[in-house]
Design a protein around this ligand. Structure first.
Ligand code: NAP
Ligand code: MG
Length: 474
């Protein structure tokens, strides 16, 4: 059992002022694995005060000191590899192979990258008659979702520490325990008291409390669009800066010269990875009309190479949805697809055979989906792919850009000119050509309703800074 019924404030565990707790469930077994405090407004106030008090000293540290701190954090994170993997598997149901290669690794990459970038980061600049100095923004409130428990928190924390900001973190109540391990990492690495504070609790109390707190200067949020709107509304009351990393409905544009097996496997891996619970997942495959039948055949041929099952099994590619609620949402969307004019290729409602316990969905592919259909427009956050056909590249680009989102886009094919034209025409924050691996120094974030601001690398650090112009400096 993981029981953390206290909050981490000013360098120590502190009793919650409330006595309500929240159960945390392993979605693969449906069993309770522990509990956390449901924090109160008073708990949050104490944490914000601690972060406020720690800010003057921490913001005056040198960038070299903060780079060294980030390297020590990365070292301590690496020492706890097995614990991170165990915890993320238990709270999220994330399969061991994915947890090791992606979940664990991404969190680490953000600390290492920030350490490297901040050494060369220019916090000052001379212009014509001005001196520009970038100051840490102050106290940041960090609110994170459950789908990448260390990655989402680490990108925010690495940027905040690099900039010299102090923080209060509220992780998702679904997956709160990875943040406890981060607290152990920070303690061992020597993060000064009050720089990192952890308050557990619900979005309605602690999340709302953060976005409306007068002593918080910046809210960095990752999660759903609806909550993003509420955060902006609250933050607007005292002109608090916000950064929002929200949802997506990203297209995979398959060019007419693409290898059809490669394209189909790319599309399956997008809905199967992390059980489709990825904001950047490519969930709309746009396929040339002439390739359609071969593409669907290739999907049928390869889908069994992505087994759904027990997260502890190394051959498992896809685990359960994070919770019963998410499972029901995914099931509803699959039913909507069945009820539409789309054609079910594989999968469907219900649990896969032999997986009656655990919130498992079937990998589900629909074809003959119209660009305007609900399953092609709304984020499902589950293993559901919509195949849409197109006649020429301009039409493909129009369909690709035809949602309220703009988080990511994918292009698969060979002709350099078509790849370039497509990649440059997609209105999204991150475009990936032929499954190229991620660049952790490059900005991450969304156009349109996928968000505001950027994370990762130096762009992420900039979010935690305020540029100050001084003219007439003697
Ligand atoms: P969510 O419901 O928006 O929750 C995200 C976080 O916000 C949780 O910690 C939640 O607390 C908290 N929260 C809930 N209501 C709040 C409020 N009124 N004020 C402040 N905070 C509040 O999202 P989710 O279900 O955890 O995650 C799935 C969504 O996140 C998807 O839409 C996905 O696309 C998006 N996402 C985006 C990115 C990205 O980088 N762009 C990455 C991952 C996920 P609780 O603990 O009470 O739930
Ligand atoms: Mg859970």
């Amino acid at each position: 059992m993981y029981n953390y019924i206290q909050h981490y404030i000013n360098g120590q565990w502190v009793d919650s002022t409330g006595n309500e707790t929240i159960d945390v469930i392993n979605p693969a077994t449906e069993e309770k694995i522990g509990e956390i405090s449901s924090g109160t407004k008073e708990d949050l106030d104490k944490a914000v005060q601690a972060a406020r008090d720690a800010f003057p000293a921490f913001s005056q540290t040198t960038k070299e000191e903060r780079a060294d701190l980030l390297d020590r954090i990365a070292d301590e994170y690496e020492k706890r590899k097995d614990q991170f993997i165990e915890v993320i598997m238990a709270e999220l149901g994330s399969p061991v192979t994915f947890t090791t290669n992606v979940q664990y690794q991404m969190g680490l990459n953000h600390f290492r990258t920030a350490a490297k970038l901040v050494r060369d980061f220019d916090f000052t600049e001379n212009r014509e008659n001005s001196f520009i100095q970038k100051d840490a923004i102050g106290v940041a409130g960090l609110i994170t979702p459950w789908n990448f428990p260390t990655n989402q928190a680490s990108t925010k924390l690495a940027s905040a520490f690099a900039a010299g900001s102090t923080v209060v973190l509220k992780p998702s109540t679904e997956t709160p325990f990875a943040a406890v391990l981060l607290k152990e990492v920070f303690e061992a690495a020597g993060v000064p008291k009050g720089v990192f504070n952890l308050v557990n609790g619900t979005g309605s109390t602690i999340g709302n409390g953060i976005s409306s707190h007068p002593d918080i200067d910046f809210v960095s949020f990752t999660g759903s669009g609806g909550v993003g709107t509420k955060i902006m509304e609250n933050a607007a009351q005292d002109i608090k800066k916000v950064s929002l990393e929200l949802g997506g409905k990203s297209p995979i544009v398959v060019l007419d010269d693409a290898d059809v097996d490669y394209a189909a496997k790319t599309a399956i891996s997008h809905i199967a990875g992390n059980t489709g619970q990825v904001c950047t997942a490519g969930t709309r495959a746009l396929v040339p009309e002439s390739m359609h039948d071969d593409f669907i055949q290739a999907i049928k041929n390869h889908i069994s190479e992505y087994p759904v099952g027990d997260p502890k099994d190394e051959s498992t590619f896809t685990g359960p949805q994070v919770s019963e609620d998410q499972w029901k949402t995914v099931q509803d969307y699959i039913q909507k697809g069945i009820d539409s004019n789309a054609t079910l290729v594989t999968g469907g409602t219900g649990k896969p055979e032999g997986l009656e316990t655990g919130y498992y969905s079937k990998l589900t592919v629909f074809t003959n989906v119209k660009p305007e259909d609900t399953i092609a427009q709304e984020e499902i956050f589950g293993p559901v792919l919509s195949v849409i056909t197109y006649n020429d590249l301009d039409e493909a680009i129009e369909i690709a850009n035809g949602t309220i989102y703009g988080l990511a886009g994918y292009v698969v094919g060979n002709d350099p000119e078509a790849l370039t034209k497509t990649a440059k025409s997609l209105r999204s924050g991150r475009i990936v050509v032929n499954n190229e691996q991620a660049d952790f120094t490059a900005p991450f974030g969304g156009f349109d309703q996928s968000g505001i601001g950027r994370e990762w690398g130096d762009y992420g650090i900039e979010e935690f800074l305020e540029p100050k112009t001084i003219v007439g400096l003697p």
